[in-house]
Design a protein around this ligand. Structure first.
Ligand code: MN
Length: 247
């Protein structure tokens, strides 16, 4: 099996290194990842400048672009093979509910999915990396146990959030739907040294729709959350609603 791994925290992040290490025991692994942290980059592709790829060794490359750039370049020009599976992460911090729209971690997986390749995004819920090994081991065991069975649904796109704790068993997971957040917190306004106003994007809102069956609920109760995603954003109810009077 050949696996392409990317992320949005940058190729030197502990999360991607841990994921690549464990997967190497199971598959042939190539890492193509951003040269620096591009968290929140969503699905952006860089269209206004050329991109350079730096080779560390035969299995690690970094790109001065976004997560989507990395996977796009890997699949359409850099690699001389088509991966069987694309992994993204392990992200430093959760990507649940509305986060998935902004997440570069989910975006790297999505780019693979758009090319028809099964893809999985992994995030660890807390940001301190204390139990990164257990998250990486869970990712490996999950793939070993399920990748053949899941092939019937290929291509698939999974968003997996892993709680921050020492040992996570393979059956401690729940298939979930995305929850929803409250509106984001306001921007934080400040002043630059020349007296010009500057703005920091504020934190996301807290979980709002987080009842049983959601990703927020699963993680809150100590489970790994596995959400199958799709890309069709069509609001089918609105097609019917707006049709009245327009046709
Ligand atoms: Mn990130």
């Amino acid at each position: 099996m050949k696996i392409l791994i990317s992320n949005d925290d940058g190729y030197q992040a502990p999360g991607i290194q841990a994921l690549a290490n464990v997967m190497s025991s199971f598959a042939s692994v190539v890492v193509v990842a951003p040269e620096r942290n591009r968290s929140g980059a969503s699905n952006a592709l860089t269209l206004d400048k050329p991109l350079s790829v730096t080779k560390i060794d035969d299995s690690v490359y970094f790109v001065d672009g976004t997560p989507s750039d990395c996977v796009h370049i890997a699949l359409t020009g850099l690699l001389d093979f088509t991966p069987d599976l694309i992994l993204s992460g392990i992200n430093q911090g959760q990507n649940m509910g509305d986060d998935t729209i902004y997440s570069g971690t989910v975006a790297a997986a999505t780019e693979g999915y758009l090319f028809g390749i099964p893809a999985i995004a992994f995030s660890q819920v807390d940001k301190d990396w204390v139990h990164l090994d257990s998250a990486a081991n869970f990712a490996l065991e999950f793939i070993k146990a399920n990748v053949n069975r899941m092939q019937a649904q290929a291509p698939y796109l999974l968003n997996i959030n892993i709680p921050n704790r020492p040992e996570i068993k393979l059956n401690e997971l729940k298939l979930t739907r995305l929850g929803k957040r409250h509106k984001s917190e306001p921007v934080i306004k400040s002043m630059d040294p020349r007296g010009k106003p500057i703005y920091w994007i504020g934190p996301p809102g807290n979980a709002k729709l987080a009842g049983e069956g959601t990703d927020f609920h699963a993680v809150e109760h100590g489970f790994v959350s596995v959400t199958p995603l799709q890309i069709d954003l069509t609001n089918h109810a609105h097609i019917a609603a707006f049709k009245k009077g327009w046709e």
